[in-house]
Design a protein around this ligand. Sequence first.
Ligand code: NAD
Length: 493
Amino acid sequence: MDRYNMIINGEAVGAVGHQWAAVINPATESAISEVPQADAADVNRAVAAAATAFLSWAKTAPVERSLLLLKLADALEAKAVDLTRMESLNVGKPMKLAANGDIPFAIDNLRYFAGQARLVDGTASQEFVGGYTSVLRREPIGVVASIAPWNYPLMMAAWKIAPAVAAGNTVVIKPAPQTPLTTLMLAETALEVGFPPGVINVITGEGTSVGEPLVTHPQVRMVSFTGSTRTGQRIMALAAQKVTRVHLELGGKAPLIVFADADLEAAARGAIVGAYVNTGQDCTAATRILVERSCYAEFLARFTELSQQVRMGSPESETTDMGPLISALQRQRVHGFVERAVALGIPLHLGGGLPEGAGFFYPPTIFTGAAADSEIMQEEVFGPVVVVNAFDSEVEAIAVANGVQYGLAASVWTQEITRAWRVSQALEFGTVWVNDHLPLASEMPHGGFKASGFGKDLSRYAFEEYSIAKHVMFDLTGVAKKPWHFTAFGDAD
Ligand code: NAD
């Protein structure tokens, strides 16, 4: 079994405490590798390396950072087959999803931020107050601590590392303990293409033993976190101790709203993809499907039929649509939601059982007619479990859609243009799709409203998140006693 080391200061290293943790293939439950189990001593090493590297990296010309990101993208593209295989093995992700989704999108993100690195803009310098020229500088922040979830490991690493280093910061990233392997491959590749030691560091381990010392480290200037809302709240509280900046991409509970005038076949297919992609372990997953009553029965019949056609199985097979959940714990959580909904008397329309055999598989599961305030309508399940509910009016659909703590993504399905505009405006979510659900673009922001967090990933808005605005004001007069000084000292002339 291969052991993977962490990357600290340009070197592949084990943990100071010599501890190792197994990395599990969720489709077979067997160990595929071991990675160091780091602790606070390793956090100190990694942050020190990033802080030292920042002194020179922050001063590199944008073109230099841009070229390195382009080289990294090319080198990862050359390793796409290996990365696909590893992501599939480690996450239980179907090969076709990793090959056509995660890996190429992560590479595209790197190329996008390579371009952004050279587009640092500010307002024109100007004499806003007579006798002074004001200049706006955008500067890197310093050492960024990034903490990632397990659902899209390489993509999350790219979303976090690329805008940060493009803007001149250095990074210490902690991948999720379940899925560290492709992030380590990315950091190794970054060294191969010439990123200086210490610019990108990867540290592996648990949230409490590594994540918390990282968030509270005095030399960390910003924490960029993607994960659950509960962990986000904890990180925000820890970061408050030193008023460290936070960027939080948290959970979701996306509504998918189908009006009777929609193309129902398109809506049913969109709902399948939205609900079951990545085994429902997607922060934008369509988990609350709201359908206008007059087409509810027809939609539900088609959605159920398509749900039964989802091919669950080995992620290695080219024809598998849905792999396992990430872990035994996650499957237990998902099944707990299902059992509690059943106990409440919410009709279980499809699925819901625990399959026999190895692997953390869970079938497509549909509830119907759940009360808007029930747990299954309110809480993020993070598995292939959806509710399909009927609604009677646009006002009701919007109220139910907005009636959760989350605000990450939503979709509206209708052929009527005025309704599409009206509803997309009324929905309190960071992304609203019209007649589709899921696609993202490197050029457009991704991020939440409400308890889904704040700060944007992707786009120039992410680039801005990783830099800080500074006002530099030049006196143009050279006069010792300025006309306004009398307000604080002496008399007016
Ligand atoms: P999680 O919150 O359990 O863990 C995320 C990361 O935080 C892991 O690396 C974990 O080790 C670390 N962590 C845990 N406790 C910590 C602590 N006390 N201090 C510091 N770090 C800690 O989330 P998860 O289960 O890995 O991922 C699923 C969640 O991520 C879902 O809620 C999902 O919606 C969310 N997510 C959001 C987005 C988005 O863009 N908004 C994208 C992907 C996933």
